[in-house]
Design a protein around this ligand. Sequence first.
Ligand code: DGJ
Length: 734
Amino acid sequence: MGIVFEEKQRVFKLDAGDTTYMIGLAGEEGFAGHLYFGKRLNDCMTDDLLRVTEPPFAPDTNNRDRISFMDALPFEYASHGVGDFRDSSIRVRTVGGTTAVSPVYHSHKIYAGKPGIDGMPAVFGKEEECMTLELMLKDEALKLKVVLYYTVFEKLPVIVRHAKICNESENTLWLTKAMSACLDMDNRDYEMITLHGAWARERHIQRQKIGYGSQGVESLRGETGHQEQPFLAVCAPEATQRSGEVYGFHLIYSGNFKVRAQINQFDLLRVNIGINDEDFTWQLKQGESFDTPEAVLVYSDQGIGGMSRAFHDLYRNHLIRSPYVFEKRPVLINNWEATYFDFNTEKLLQIAEKAAESGIEMLVMDDGWFGHREDDNSSLGDWYVNEEKIKGGLKNLVDKVNALGLKFGIWFEPEMISPDSELYREHPDWAIAIPGRTPSMARGQYVLDLTRKEVRDYIFERMEEILSGANIEYVKWDMNRPLSDIAGAKLPPGQMGEFYHRYVLGVYEMQERLVSRFPKLLLENCSGGGARFDPGMLYYSPQIWCSDDTDAIERLSIQEGTAMIYPLSCMGAHVSVCPNHTVGRNTPFFTRGITALAGTFGYELDITKLPKEEVEAIPGQVELYHRFAELIVRGDYYRLVSTTEGKGCDCYMVVDKEKENALLSYVQVQGRPNCHSRNVRMQGLKEDVLYTVKGIGADYEKTLRGDALMYAGVQIPELWGDYQGMLLEIHARR
Ligand code: DGJ
């Protein structure tokens, strides 16, 4: 690890893990140009790579061909309106109505450690773990300072970036675009990977060629959304899970985002990542500054798998703050798919009693315990226990559940308000709405204006009272609709463009308050399934509900896409009943169990109505979870066969850091006629170590060296029928 500035060459060299990132100062003005991001280099490159002496790219002293230069220089943070016609990183509106901005090098600082960002999630690291470069740029015409932050970690091929933009002029300025990071490089026939989805079909992998022009992903929903992930990977066409160059970009943010890849006339590829500039404006008065969210840039020359493991290690060690990050989570049973809104104390206790007998460790009471909520048409905002359903009160229920040996968890949807609620009758103006326009509802509800402190305070106080009134050890924070009809009753007209970001800051403030007030609380974020699966949320909660689709086969693609960038330890995954409530599919109970094992394991069913043989199988599944939890929480993830490859199976491995113990999970999506065993090559083991390999769910036993397991592979026996699965438990022989 290290950051140096070579004064003679005017080059910054940042070494991170086995990666090097280089920035060069170009031309007399000192444009911050991007020189290199890739495999570790010994020396600094000269500015050849910036092509500053090569017409038409050379900055011309008489300004004759300045535009060609601006349009071709690989920028670290792209200017706007002065000749670079590619996607800009920043745009600033002045009192005079102009929008151009072109910051150039002013000074820099290099230091050990990493600063946080006020009010926003951010990667953290100790002084001995990471170093930061602050590259200060200035636009003298605007009197605008742009500080680019770059942090590198000793052991990770990762650069964490964000920008702080400060108005040093006497006039007010308005940011109309402020991206977190920009990366320019030569296009090498690159392809891009994004994670696309819908409700119950989140984060499906999409890979396509990057063509000329712009392409990318974005959200305008006020949250991340089911549809796209704030992630884009640029990869060499030949890149696979195991080899090839991959650049991963991910934004630590939970609101409107934009990640765009663009190839221009000179075959230069630019990736810009940050807050979506649509409907975004931020007023900066004299002396005020704005911090963008952080972007994580990963380089891997070990394929997509190398990128995944870098993201996993960064997030587990330097983003998730929860004390649960490396802990085994309690095996929970959630009553949503068991009862939906139709439950009471008695029903919950019946579930808890049966769950306790099977080794389940926590009961989670989902939606419907408050106000007069019998369906999704009422009561959001009325966070008072419905004592007609929860007879004897919440404490009585929690005490009884605890007496059965189970922990207790509860569901909230803090950001919402139902038109049929006491809260709405009292404060109709707390719902987001544009005066004179009927706001669009979704699931019969409106969104609370969390940009207002009094609204946040009220909801937080209600949550605090519920949580301190009984021994509640887990909260599921749900959010079941996107934002629309944007107007802030307390925001001046000139600042309406700040609403979306202020909303996200409001959510962050509330979650920060929650985890500070209840530091032992296990928080799980959720949004109509997985619409808020983003790195921003990981800063507050160590786990996030992956999807409302609990069908084991649908989950294979959802979890594969999610695991491409997120550690398994944060993926909420549960076993549910068949036929599955979302797709009507029947799958074996064993396969449902091993699929949920890939995440934070639990059940989402009415155990009192489950077939006897399935109830009897639960203790065995719980035992498997305990046996493999440590591996899943801490291990390295390797994708062996993708569900999307059309090979009819799904297979991944988790290997501990010592490479001594591993777990291989295999699900045969469809049985195949005339097929025999299937060869699967393992990854991540030591070549010369002898391992025992034992099947769970199918007969298999072998002792082989790591090289044989990885290069020749193992034959997974033919499994009879669709949706069958098995596990292989792998241990180094002592
Ligand atoms: C959406 C969540 O994803 C579900 O698990 C459940 O909590 C419902 N909301 C409750 O309304």
